[in-house]
Write a protein that binds this ligand. Structure first.
Ligand SMILES: Cc1cc2nc3c(=O)[nH]c(=O)nc-3n(C[C@H](O)[C@H](O)[C@H](O)COP(=O)(O)O)c2cc1C
Length: 308
């Protein structure tokens, strides 16, 4: 059974989970949601998975799905999908994310047979810095155990149902989520301090192409931010801040994921490059070729250095 796992990830947790799931399944391909969404928007078409088994892996934002994931789900066609599962990553509580995902998929005529949450270190530096390395290691070990339990269910197309939180969390979560989603400019408190050397990594890891390196050799944020915090968390000089609260907080990204891999999730834009990926058996290689095309399309005002 052909499997496609669509993922969105700012700091690598969800990409890590998507990879773990893919490694346990036969014929599984992992595909960045951003790439599919941009191609579908450009061509004004639905997203057709072209796979019988479809997985969705993404982080929880304010007890719900990130806006970009909602847009993806609203364009996903049910055509040819026999089994659908979702794995959401979160630092503590998924709130109503899986129920929301189930509802959005139902509107598309897709049944979410299995939905589960995987707790991983939180990247939400706006309220707290990252946990100690020891605490992170414990979370990774628990997440592996959780995946070991869930993977056989997914492999055998079992209907596990969708995990739910305590009903009060769902109710409160709805309010928190709608306030978060209503914020029109989620990048408005992001800025770069004197340590910024204009390397442009922030622009490369941004899933929405919302960052340009301006005349002053500093990042400039526009108004299309998901608040994934990739720019802040991957900044090699720790110069990107959110208000003034983040300067002394420990930063986080998944240790087994690189900035280059995160940048590649949204690299391929437009049907032309997407076609070239379909033709190649080695998707990674194509993604890299595509990335070069994408970065040429970003409004970078000066050349950016490669990510080391
Ligand atoms: C804007 C934002 C909101 C978040 N809200 C929640 C939340 O409601 N509950 C939670 O447990 N974690 C929350 N987190 C933490 C992330 O869900 C968690 O770190 C996730 O694994 C990050 O995935 P990624 O590394 O694939 O981007 C939030 C993170 C961000 C950036």
């Amino acid at each position: 059974m052909k499997t496609k796992i669509f993922y969105f990830s700012g700091t690598g947790n969800s990409l890590w989970v998507a990879r773990k799931i893919a490694a346990a399944l036969e014929e599984a391909e992992i595909v960045p949601m951003v790439r599919e969404l941009e191609a579908a928007k450009a061509d004004n078409t639905e997203i057709v998975a072209k796979a019988e088994k479809v997985g969705l892996v993404f982080p929880v934002y304010a007890w719900g799905a990130p806006g970009i994931v909602v847009s993806f789900l609203k364009k996903l066609s049910g055509e040819g999908i026999d089994y659908c599962f979702a794995a959401v990553t979160c630092g503590g509580s998924q709130g109503g994310t899986l129920l929301q995902t189930q509802r959005l998929l139902k509107e598309q005529g897709i049944e979410l047979q299995t939905g589960f949450a995987v707790k991983l270190p939180s990247n939400y530096i706006i309220t707290n810095g990252a946990k100690s390395m020891e605490a992170q290691q414990k979370m990774f070990a628990k997440a592996e155990q959780r995946l070991d339990k869930m993977l056989p269910l997914i492999r055998d197309n079992q209907k596990h149902g969708v995990e739910k939180e305590f009903f009060l969390i769902n109710a409160l979560g709805g309010v928190v989520y709608s306030l978060f989603m209503r914020s029109p400019d989620k990048a408005r408190y992001l800025w770069s301090d004197v340590k910024c050397n204009g390397c442009g990594i922030c622009a490369r890891v941004c899933p929405t192409g919302n960052i340009t390196i301006g005349e002053k050799n500093k990042p400039v944020w526009e108004r299309n931010c998901e608040q994934c915090l990739a720019c802040l968390q991957w900044c090699p000089t720790k110069s990107i801040q959110y208000k003034h609260s983040t300067q002394y907080r420990r930063r986080y990204h998944h240790p087994e994921v690189t900035a280059e891999e995160i940048a590649h999730r949204g690299d391929i834009r437009g049907s032309e490059v997407a076609q070239s990926t379909d033709q190649k058996p080695d998707g990674q290689k194509s993604a890299q070729e595509g990335s070069l095309k994408r970065f040429r399309t970003l409004k970078i005002k000066r050349p950016i250095k490669p990510i080391k």
